[in-house]
Design a protein around this ligand. Sequence first.
Ligand SMILES: NC(=O)C1=CN([C@@H]2O[C@H](COP(=O)(O)OP(=O)(O)OC[C@H]3O[C@@H](n4cnc5c(N)ncnc54)[C@H](O)[C@@H]3O)[C@@H](O)[C@H]2O)[C@@H](O)CC1
Ligand SMILES: [K+]
Length: 506
Amino acid sequence: MLRGYAVPDVRAVEDRVRAGLGDGELMQRAARGLAHVVAERARARRARHVVVLAGPGDNGGDALWAAALLAREGLLDDGPARDGLMVVGVAHGLHEAGQDAAERAGVQVHLVDPDADLAAEVARTVSSADLVVDGLLGIGGRPGLRGAMAQVVAAVRETAYVVAVDLPSGADPAGEAQLGTAVHADETVTFGVAKPVHLLPATADAVGRLTVVDIGLALHVSPVVERLQPDDVATLWPVPGRQDHKYSRGVVGVVAGSDRYPGAAVLCSTAALESGAGMVRYVGPQHATDLVLAACPEVVPGPGRVQAAVVGPGIDPQGCDHEDCEDHQVERVREALGEDVPLVVDAGAVQLLATWLDSGHRRPAPTLLTPHAGELAGLLTAMEDGEVTREQVEAAPLEHARRAAALTSCTVLLKGATTLVVDPDPEVPVRAQADAPPWLATAGAGDVLAGLAGVLLAAGLEARDAGSLAALVHGLAAHRANPGGPLRALAVAHSIPSTVAALLTG
Ligand SMILES: NC(=O)C1=CN([C@@H]2O[C@H](COP(=O)(O)OP(=O)(O)OC[C@H]3O[C@@H](n4cnc5c(N)ncnc54)[C@H](O)[C@@H]3O)[C@@H](O)[C@H]2O)[C@@H](O)CC1
Ligand SMILES: [K+]
């Protein structure tokens, strides 16, 4: 599990560790780790010109010391970057010891006035770099770059490989403010532990590949963000024992599909079966039932006892007006909301839940809501004063997911390039999963995710684990279904069994 700690907690432990070490030792450790990564990337990419950008604080200090090490220890010597290393400092003054060390090692340091326009010559130097080290701002940075810092970053060539020191400069270290003018790194080298900026959706896109360098920090506080990794699957996934039978493994109810969207019923039921449900019971209109049974003969039609249910994919919250529809989906969902059974509440059922909660009901069992941004906006609009738009949710996903979790007392899984899973208790770390290829943005992918999560709830996982594990496996199954190419949702569902098997057997 990757854990991201709040910046004040990181500073507190850094201060404690630094007090027990020699002067500058902690920064030396950071700089050494950084220098080794830079040297390796420079070699691999046959970089000819390496430009190190340094800002006014200790982030710049790390970068300057790394430049000194690269030059002094000849870390670039076997590559063509030998004579092509220089520092551009954007500050009224740089980290003194770092600047001194870089200059003593023979590295040229150009100092740029942060408030003046960038000289054309400096812009040319920066744009000549094929590898750029971004040490402008770290955890002390305010979001958004201005003046010469913004200009120097704009001068970086599109094809240059950018290694950010600790975090991409200009991004909010807390990972909450939306990205403004900021560095977009190919790789970020952080020290000791990850921070929220690396994991949360507002900023994670600017981070690139994340490398954590050990500098001897041990945190004994709770992280604020967590991300499950593939090797967590073996710990969390419900593996049946020899004594298990279909009921003990977990029966999953699926209330999904309508005459208008019968395919959602097929996708959700298929995903539940492919994820290892002991049994799937499907409830829906006749046409959808026929399609489900044709695709999945293992499914048992009609209501019955279940350990968890998925309600909502492809239902029409306005109600089904089909005359022979015995299993009226909206009524079924309302009934399920009142039952003491863990639920995945998806798509059309999200709106029904909002109305149901607004009339004073409370869910008696664990509940995982799985909205996309538009559905979350609809839920908040129904439960709060004033309209909330999809754009507002997309601009501040964590804030809105937190609001929804607090209002509903349910766990909220907000789908996106980075999927958030937020517990109603604000003290519980948020899970942020970014496992899916962009190809997964396709119709029906949400129905598959809901079916997968339903199986995990039915097996007894708590809602936050079920949601984040489902998001992880969903993303990995998508990669496996067709690495690097187009996907359809059904193919993702069919690739769940082999994906899980590969993760369980290592
Ligand atoms: N604290 C520690 O023990 C360690 C810190 N390390 C490094 O130190 C960094 C934190 O250093 P600092 O606290 O000095 O903070 P930063 O280096 O992030 O920068 C703070 C400085 O930048 C200025 N600034 C902030 N936002 C700005 C903006 N948007 N535009 C222009 N100037 C801006 C501030 O006024 C301040 O002078 C970490 O990110 C990490 O790179 C590492 O050396 C590891 C050890
Ligand atoms: K940085």
